[in-house]
Design a protein around this ligand. Structure first.
Ligand SMILES: [Zn+2]
Length: 244
């Protein structure tokens, strides 16, 4: 796909989801699960393992994120998987069972455009004449992405203005920045693995509640679904009753 089409697709989706500015992880997860109808899983699969993958089964979207990687990287992976859903329809899985380089590049570009929209980057960071390590850090903190993803985006959008030393480690840069600007609170968590384990349990139970109360499924089926997910059906029904 041509780059401008990918960037338009990312902008269209932001508009559809009513997003403005940087997307924090919590907002992102809420939107994906409640407005985009995707099921999100986080699991620590190991640092050198796959960053994440996406699957489509019976029209339902599933996204898996490896939480052994740094949080900023996880955010980018989430947007990358979203890119596969938007750009590469008609498939059942992405990033597992082999990768296609063009599709991977497209999904990465989608993620960069979705998380760090061009126009907004120019509005917020356009006055920066030279992007030093500290400016890349500011950019990465603002958009909640890894240092590397921030640097790549700056290199694309602000050509020839990037003067950041590739060899410098992000943890050293944060330390130096913290000494120079002690009043700033840098969020270290972006550069650390979160190790989060997350299953979209509430989303499952909401769907089950809807199906059960609208008599789409029987009590027997409910018990079966609960058993598969190691839940107690009576506790669930009790919980649902408290809503009224
Ligand atoms: Zn991919």
């Amino acid at each position: 796909m041509i780059k401008s089409d990918i960037s338009s697709a990312a902008a269209d989706l932001r508009q559809k989801l009513n997003l403005a500015g940087p997307v924090s992880k919590d907002i992102f997860v809420d939107i994906l699960e409640n407005h985009y109808e995707a099921y999100l899983f986080y699991y620590p699969l190991g640092q050198d393992k796959i960053s994440g993958f996406a699957k489509m089964q019976k029209g339902i979207k599933f996204i898996f994120i490896n939480s052994s990687q740094a949080l900023g990287r996880q955010n980018f992976t989430l947007a990358h998987e979203l890119g596969h859903f938007e750009l590469h329809q008609g498939r059942e899985s992405w990033d597992i069972d082999g990768k296609n380089q063009t599709r991977e590049r497209d999904a990465d570009h989608f993620a960069a455009c979705f998380l760090m929209p061009e126009e907004e980057c120019h509005d917020v960071f356009g006055d920066t004449k030279i992007f030093t390590d500290f400016d890349v850090l500011r950019f990465s903190q603002y958009y909640r992405v890894s240092f590397e993803d921030a640097r790549n985006r700056i290199a694309t959008l602000f050509k020839n203005r990037l003067k950041s030393d590739k060899a410098e480690k992000v943890h050293d840069i944060v330390k130096k920045a913290q000494n120079l600007f002690p009043e700033q609170n840098f969020d270290y968590s972006l550069y650390e693995p979160s190790g989060e384990v997350r299953e979209p349990v509430l989303k499952f139970t909401d769907k089950m509640k809807q199906a059960y109360t609208e008599a789409d499924i029987s009590y027997g089926k409910l018990i079966e679904l609960c058993q598969n997910r190691k839940m107690n059906p009576l506790e669930l029904i009790d919980l649902w009753g408290q809503d009224h």
